[in-house]
Design a protein around this ligand. Structure first.
Ligand code: F6R
Length: 617
């Protein structure tokens, strides 16, 4: 939640910051602001709205010169989105400026104490409390900015990634992190530095970056090597400078109208990238370092507990079917937010798998930490390399989907399923719960999936036509069984989040236990009815819908004739192994929600109230 980025060096800071904010807008977009320093003057501009609104406001009357500055794009936690609550925030004296991603939980107590000492507050934010606390400590202890930040952070409870500037030290800023990410890009010969919530704002300037760990801070000065310290005890920390693999074209739209559409179309490549080098059909093996290194943990596991949120949770549900069916390991799938707060019974023989695209989701991360404390072995399935969950887990596999920028998750979902399928197959073979022949057959089929997805994308126009018929519906139902029940949930989530149409996903057989009451001639119902997945039962469900005049959009296997006769619309997917069908059935549902949202004029890549990575609980 919230994106932060900044620059210090010899170039003009403004274009770097404003472009960086545009790349980080997926993290929050209800307000934006930035600060620049030049000729002994702080220039601070902020506004409710998007980065483009900030840009307009700045163009009206701001001198943007200056080689140091930082900016923020907000997803509101404390205080409604308005100009005043936007970041950056000044301290009382207006000598200090801060941007913040996270939540200061004990802000109220600190605020009351500061008010008693004469501080006044313009905004409703926890961030303004933090900057005034830093100012108060700086005055009281007569210390420099870095020390004041450190002392203040030792008083606060919560999560933060912050950047702080002091007019008295105009050649530096201080950054710190606990629970929210900060990457520091290092320019050549330490002549310039970039900071950002992820590396995308500075990718064209440098490939060298440091990722601060939780509890670390750094004072960033021109021409000086970065020093990272532990916030608690001030000890100097040894850090690694990573070489970034990200490229500029990966984070641009590449001719598509929206990132979401680009990412839907990227799925054949993303799935290939996910299994490349891991799936070796000729050798009859799947190579996954994380599992190979800890094979016994998985083979001796009493059960697997999957923790995740949102779309990643849906991938976890697919994995429940995969692990139980293929590897015969019992699985429980938990929402990170529920799991972390309900004192779950976890033993050393449990393996916990955390699934997260961003690797920063606060509830999933907290669940990981708790499971580790309770002695479980924790495995991460993340997309963002070096993310908090990826680092916190004992081992893991990256999905290699490439950056996912559209807020609605698409390629992250199918690549998570790909990794989880490989894991289930590998373990199934090790355990002997599937034969070598079955294993081989799966690998061959998996290898064909990218081409099948590619061919399937040709149905885009047909899906668009269906979207135009149902775009004004106020409710949708999504039904599926077995492996495709989670796909029904995911289809409904996709529609809700980007079109704002109410949608529910159900196991098809559950329809009779309540949702059937909703069905009339105005209700579109998307039913996944692939050939091998309890087909006859789903066909009966479709008949039940038909008898109540519901409008049926059926996703069927190529060549199906039965459903074609009953359904109002039929979308065909290529045939594959039943366990692999989610990788195909998902695609038309993604396209359907995309087209409906576009037709309704929604902001597809930045739907209201949402943010790409939910770093607050
Ligand atoms: C939906 C969506 C969210 C995320 C959820 C978890 O399209 O994107 O539901 O799936 O916030 O995020 P990650 O996977 O980053 O932990």
């Amino acid at each position: 939640m919230c994106g932060i980025t900044g620059y210090i060096g010899y170039r003009e800071a403004y274009p770097i910051i404003i472009n960086g904010l545009k790349r980080l807008e997926y993290r929050g977009y209800d307000s934006a602001g930035l600060v620049l320093y030049n000729n002994d003057e702080i220039k601070l501009v902020k506004t409710k709205g998007k980065v483009s609104d900030l840009e307009k406001k700045i163009q009206e009357n701001t001198d943007t010169s200056g080689t140091i500055g930082f900016g923020h794009t907000r997803w509101a936690t404390h205080g409604v989105p308005n100009d005043v609550n936007s970041h950056p925030h000044y301290s009382e004296s207006e000598n200090l400026v801060i941007i913040h991603n996270g939540i200061i939980e004990n802000y109220d107590t600190i605020k009351k104490a500061l008010i008693e000492r004469g501080y006044t507050f313009k905004s409703d934010t926890d961030t303004e409390v933090l900057i005034n606390l830093i100012e108060e400590i700086k005055k009281k202890h007569k210390v420099k900015l870095g020390k004041a930040v450190q002392l203040a952070l030792n008083e606060v409870v919560g999560a933060y990634a912050i950047t702080v500037f002091d007019k008295e030290k105009p050649d530096e800023f201080v950054v710190a992190r606990l629970g929210s990410p900060i990457a520091i890009g290092i320019g050549e010969d330490n002549k310039e530095f970039f900071i950002a919530s992820d590396a995308s704002p500075f990718i064209e300037y440098t490939k060298n970056a440091i990722y601060l760990e939780d509890g670390e801070m750094a004072i960033i000065k021109r021409d000086r090597e970065i020093r990272v310290r532990n916030i608690k005890d001030d000890a100097l920390v040894k850090y690694d400078v990573l070489e970034l693999k990200l490229s500029l074209d990966q984070i641009e739209k590449g001719g598509f109208d929206h990132f979401m559409l680009k990412e839907i179309y990227e799925q054949p490549k993303a799935i290939t990238d996910t299994f490349r080098g891991r799936m070796l059909p000729n050798e009859g093996i799947i190579k996954m370092q994380g599992i190979d290194d800890h094979k016994q943990k998985f083979l001796n596991a009493n059960r697997i507990i999957i923790v995740a949120c949102g779309t990643s949770w849906h991938a976890g549900l697919v994995a429940e079917y995969l692990f139980e069916d293929i590897a015969r390991i019992p699985v429980e799938v938990e929402y990170g937010s529920e799991f972390r707060y309900r004192n779950p019974i976890i033993t050393e023989n449990d393996v916990v798998i955390a699934i997260s695209q961003s690797g920063e989701t606060a509830d999933t991360l907290a669940a990981v930490k708790m499971a580790k404390e309770k002695g479980a072995f924790v495995y991460g399935v993340c997309n963002v390399v070096g993310s908090s969950i990826a680092r916190e887990t004992n081992a893991g596999s990256y999905t290699h989907a490439g950056p996912e920028i559209g807020v609605a998750s698409t390629k992250a979902f199918t690549t998570q399923i790909t990794v989880l399928t490989l894991m289930a197959l590998k373990l199934g073979l090790e355990k002997g719960s599937i034969s070598k022949t079955e294993f081989h057959q799966y690998l061959i089929e998996m290898g064909l999936i990218p081409d099948k997805v590619e061919n399937l994308l040709a149905i885009d126009d047909k899906v668009k036509e269906i979207a135009s018929i149902y775009k004004d519906a106020t409710n949708f139902l999504y039904l599926g069984r077995g492996f495709n029940f989670p796909v029904a949930l995911e289809g409904a989530l996709k529609l809700k989040e980007i079109s704002y149409i109410h949608a529910e996903g159900y196991p098809a057989a559950e329809m009779k236990h309540g949702p059937i009451a909703l069905i009339d001639e105005n209700m579109p119902i998307v039913v996944i009815a692939t050939k091998k997945g309890h087909y006859d039962k789903v066909v009966s469900n479709i008949q039940e819908i038909k008898s109540r005049n519901g409008k049926i959009i059926a996703v069927v296997t190529e060549g199906d004739t039965t459903v074609k006769e009953i359904a109002d619309h039929v979308i065909e997917i290529p045939e594959t192994e039943e366990a692999l069908t989610p990788l195909l059935t998902t695609i038309p549902l993604q396209l359907l929600s995309y087209h409906i949202a576009v037709m309704l004029g929604r902001n597809v890549d930045q739907p209201r109230n949402l943010a790409k990575s939910v770093t607050v609980e």
